[in-house]
Design a protein around this ligand. Structure first.
Ligand code: ZN
Length: 81
């Protein structure tokens, strides 16, 4: 997660990981990406490095829960006559 304060209207907003990836793609390896403020619609220059850090620490995929171990069944000793 990354909190950005808009240069124009001074309000804070948090772009999602998906949005950040789009901004990074649009920045095309420049030092800054243009992030649009949802409040006033103006573009804010944000360091691309900051955006990359933000999505690194907030991966889009949820963590996979560990699978519980299967109960061990005792071999043999099936049916006692
Ligand atoms: Zn704004």
């Amino acid at each position: 997660m990354i909190a950005i304060t808009c240069d124009k209207c001074r309000r804070r907003f948090t772009p999602t990981s998906e949005e950040i990836q789009v901004y990074l793609a649009e920045s095309q390896d420049k030092k800054h990406a243009q992030v649009l403020c949802p409040h006033c619609g103006k573009a804010n220059k944000v360091a691309a490095e900051r955006l990359r850090e933000a999505i690194r620490f907030a991966p889009p995929a949820p963590p996979v829960p560990p699978t519980p171990p299967a109960p061990a069944s005792a071999p043999g000793d099936g049916s006692a006559a």
